[in-house]
Design a protein around this ligand. Structure first.
Ligand SMILES: *Cc1c(COP(=O)(O)O)cnc(C)c1O
Length: 444
């Protein structure tokens, strides 16, 4: 499927001399506020491999943050996007529309949970989709308050910074933030004081009490939650939490928004993570995996809610760009043809099997969690106190990078090593990546 040999290969140190040269140019020309996990400059990528300018081939356990689920050069994405590129690059959908945009919205209506009438609007980035979900929910409910969660991440624009939980690096010094945002606890089983088995019911009761007493349910436009929290540490809300909140929202006329920007499009072994407990959100935000690497995002939801905003109230110059739409149709075609839902489940089986065995061996691994190809280990200094181990996490990531495995960290406490391989990764590469993690664990 891809021209790049699906083999890890190290021909220089990581980063190599060409990457270091480019890094020097970058430091002079690119704003310091833009970071990089690993200063290795990409030359090409596909399947489970990222090749750098020095000719090193790294195993990719990051997918450009859960974006290239179909690989970074999937045949159908390249074919469809190239054809569209040759036809026209842009008209602006708000000036003269084109079929690709409509077709993406039709696919979204089919693929997202629930058999009610659905509509979509397309945007450029995840943050923009979340902002628009808030606009739509406020317009529909004529209310203002928005409820979000501890450890939640929703983007870097002003409104989405306010929705995001973590100060560093996302918010520090960038205020003032948008008003009418309220944060409540999330059902984080591993760290719930009375244990994971009590977490779902206790956390949902606490959240509902807090919303009722502190905000007033009648003032709440939207509850926004990631059905499997991404940047905050790959936290799966304990069972029962999401259904209880969805019911509370329904009973109180609140728009329930699932932010599936990271967890959507087959990533968790289902098309969308909220399907796991049969939750049907009123609105769902998507981006990342939707278009095989091209910038595209969407808000999809109940037709009557999506139609609440006045004509001209939603949009943007580039939203639903025709090349990005063509890429999305190619990505969706690939997900269906290669049954990437099943592939993600297989990745979970392999990863969880091996990581759970490592947890038996190393006390450093406090928790192994996640679903599909969205798996993480949370590292702690002490299994009793669960004191986070961010230094060991950084050291582990560094050792993996040096050995040619691209991994990412996350978590409010910086102590979660997360794995987001492309869903098309071969099982041999997947196991080789896990071998590298195992060897790295032995050294830290
Ligand atoms: C990445 C992410 C966003 C922001 O998306 P951008 O495209 O970076 O703006 C929002 N929500 C979640 C859950 C994300 O993972």
């Amino acid at each position: 499927m891809t021209a790049i040999p699906q083999e890890r290969r190290l021909v220089t140190a990581v980063p190599g001399p060409k990457s270091q040269e480019l890094q020097a140019r970058r430091t002079a020309a690119v704003a310091g506020g833009v970071g990089s996990v690993l200063p290795v400059f990409a030359a090409r990528a596909g399947g489970g491999i990222l090749e750098d300018v020095d000719g090193n081939r790294l195993i990719d356990f990051g997918s450009g943050i859960a974006v290239t689920s179909v690989g970074a050069s999937a045949e159908a994405v390249v074919r469809r996007a190239s054809a569209q590129l040759a036809d026209f690059t842009h008209t602006c959908f708000m000036v003269t529309p084109y079929e690709g945009y409509v077709e993406v919205c039709e696919r979204l209506a089919e693929l997202t949970p629930g058999d009610h009438a659905k509509k979509s609007a397309l945007f450029n980035s995840g943050a923009e989709a979340v902002e628009n979900a808030v606009k739509i929910a406020r317009s529909y409910t004529k209310r203002q308050a928005v409820v979000v969660f501890d450890h939640g991440y929703h983007g870097r624009t002003n409104l989405t910074m306010a929705l995001t939980s973590k100060n560093m690096p996302y918010k520090n010094g960038f205020g003032p933030f948008a008003p009418e945002i309220y944060r409540v606890p999330v059902a984080y089983g591993y760290r719930w004081p009375t244990g994971p088995e009590n977490c779902g019911p206790e956390a949902s009761a606490q959240v509902i009490d807090q919303i009722s007493k502190q905000i007033g349910a009648d003032n709440v436009a939207a509850i926004i939650i990631e059905p499997l929290l991404g940047e905050g540490g790959f936290i799966e809300p304990a069972k029962g939490f999401l259904p209880a909140l969805a019911k509370f929202a329904k009973d109180n006329g609140i728009v329930f928004v699932a932010d599936e920007i990271q967890s959507g499009f087959c990533r968790t072994g289902q098309w969308f993570a909220c399907e796991d407990e049969g939750v049907v959100p009123d609105l769902i935000t998507t981006a990342k995996g939707i278009a095989g690497g091209l910038p595209l995002a969407a808000v999809t939801g109940r037709a009557e809610i999506m139609d609440a905003a006045h004509a001209g109230g939603l949009g943007g110059t580039y939203g639903g760009n025709p090349v990005a739409c063509a890429a999305a149709l190619g990505a969706i075609e690939t997900m269906r043809e290669l049954d990437l839902v099943a592939k993600a489940r297989r990745i979970e089986t392999v990863m969880k099997g091996r990581l759970s065995a490592l947890r038996e061996k190393y006390d450093l691994i406090g928790d192994v969690r996640g679903r599909g190809a969205m798996i993480a280990i949370e590292l702690v200094k002490d299994r009793e106190t669960k004191e986070p181990a961010p230094e060991a996490t950084a050291a582990l990531a560094k050792a993996c990078h040096a050995a040619g495995l691209l991994v990412l960290t996350c978590g409010t406490y910086g102590n979660v090593l997360r794995f987001l391989p492309p869903l098309v990764i071969g099982e041999d590469l997947l196991n080789e990546g896990l071998d590298i993690i195992e060897q790295a664990l032995a050294t830290v």
